[in-house]
Design a binder for this molecule. Structure first.
Ligand code: ARG
Length: 459
């Protein structure tokens, strides 16, 4: 019997330098389970179409079930000199059941087979990544709950902007990760179409009931066009984008926590178990896991970019370049999985220093509230902005802070200031004065946190 799935047409064995270069088994063995799943269903579809006898069909079914069982029991067995996982499974099948095994590939191409495998793979693996993301969201929600009424500054341009609740800050990252969760669901949905029946490119010549086959494999639809299908990897690109954007968000969380746990900020303290020391400087407590998450985001972006470059020049129809889809995809998946786990663990063990965050949330960042105060007394906002700007300039020159002003001093800036300015211009009053549901108003934040917990509990 010829050595490869395609050896019949050739006089000579392939040159190892060329053939070995094209072997994908070392990485597409990850699709083993999906390849068997797809083949089992294909055998049934061929049988229903009258292509396989009941006898062949049951031999194939038995053979594939054994192969699946063996591979699950002993993952290292899924190995060998085969060109790819499809060749491996077929070789194992023929070794077990002979000619019936040689009939399985009737009407089918590896081009659609690799597509069905990848789609099945993503369909079962994406929910695991979503679960991992929920782990980070849960850690953020717990921190938000624990922060209570603690205040901190928010930043724009990395300069103090306005006071916010620490819980609002934690929930801001949860909001982004929930979009990632949804984006992954959409990537899964995009992958959820049956490519089988497309043949190598023109469609299969056997009367396969594709709707029944789709239903059998849990796909919610059949692809629209066989030519498109043989090189369609949009679902892989969508997955890479969704996972890369999630990495970008994790990287930004990492960057924040690296800054906020530094000596300069001191807003949070990293658990000892989330940090590493220095081989030379005994005082160091380095946020290595967070730095690695930030670094790995670069790697994910590289996979997305590299993959789009692979796709951009391909002529219509399957091209071997497409084999290059799998390594970036698998690595993006692994990278997101380890990064979510590390991030969740670091966040879960962070300790808040509310005295520090509270102190940083007072002073000149209340300037907007001072302007709002004047507006409430009838001054047009532009003019109020001007008055408060002059106040800030004066305070900076004198090295003083808003809280240090006596009522008489307030009134020197504007007669509209009254006694209540001292209680109305505080960080707490500032957050309480926010009015919209997405704001840092304590009731609004509480409502958001509850909604988030409900979402987490729904899984
Ligand atoms: N290993 C190949 C891939 O990953 C499978 C499809 C090969 N098809 C072909 N005609 N060479 O894309």
């Amino acid at each position: 019997m010829s050595q490869h799935l395609w050896s019949g047409r050739f006089d000579a064995a392939p040159d190892p330098a060329a053939f070995d270069f094209g072997i994908s088994f070392s990485f597409d063995r990850r699709l083993f389970e999906d390849d068997v799943t797809g083949s089992l269903a294909w055998a049934e579809a061929l049988t229903a179409a009258g292509v396989l006898t009941a006898e062949d069909a049951s031999a194939i079914q038995r053979g594939l079930a054994e192969i699946l069982e063996h591979g699950r029991r002993e993952p290292n067995w899924v190995n060998g000199p085969d060109e790819d996982v499809h060749s491996f499974v077929e070789r194992q099948l023929v070794a077990r059941i002979g000619d019936a095994g040689r009939r399985l590939h009737t009407g089918r191409s590896r081009n659609e087979q690799v597509s069905v495998d990848l789609r099945l793979y993503l369909r079962r693996r994406i929910p695991l990544l979503q679960q991992a993301l929920r782990g980070v969201v849960g850690a953020l929600a717990d921190q938000a709950g624990r922060a209570g009424g603690a205040l901190m500054p928010s930043y724009t341009h990395m300069r103090r902007a306005m006071p916010v609740l620490v819980s609002h800050y934690f929930l801001s990252h949860a909001a982004a990760l929930r979009r990632d969760h949804e984006r992954l669901a959409q990537a899964r949905e995009e992958a959820n179409a049956l490519p089988l029946g497309s043949g190598a490119i023109a469609g299969t010549g056997y009367p396969i009931d594709t709707a029944a086959l789709a239903a059998r494999l849990g796909f919610d639809r059949v692809v629209a066009n066989s030519m498109d299908t043989s090189s369609d990897r949009d679902f892989a690109a969508t997955f890479l984008y969704a996972s890369t954007l999630a990495m970008v968000h994790l990287s930004r969380i990492a960057e924040d926590i690296i800054l906020f746990t530094s000596e300069e900020f001191g807003f949070f303290e990293l658990a000892d178990s989330s940090a590493t020391g220095s081989s030379m400087m005994p005082q160091k407590k380095n946020p290595d896991p967070l730095e690695l998450v930030r670094g790995k985001a670069g790697r994910a972006i590289g996979h997305l970019t590299g993959f789009l470059v692979i796709m951009k020049g391909l002529p219509t129809g399957y091209n071997k370049d497409l084999q290059e889809d799998k390594e970036p995809l698998f690595d993006a998946e692994d990278t997101l999985a380890v990064s979510t786990a590390a991030t969740a663990s670091v966040i879960a063990k962070l300790t808040l220093n509310p005295a520090r965050t509270g102190r940083a949330a007072s002073g000149l960042l209340l300037a907007t509230d001072v302007a709002d105060y004047l507006v409430s007394r009838g001054m047009p906002f532009r003019q109020a902005h001007e008055v408060v700007g002059a106040m800030v300039r004066q305070l900076l020159a004198d090295g003083r802070d808003i809280e240090a002003l006596s009522v008489a001093e307030w009134q020197a800036f504007s007669p509209l200031f009254a006694d209540d300015v001292k209680t109305r211009v505080t960080a707490l009053a500032s957050v309480q004065a926010r009015r919209t549901p997405q704001s840092t108003n304590p009731d609004a934040v509480q409502a958001r946190l509850q909604e988030l917990r409900g979402w987490l509990d729904s899984y």
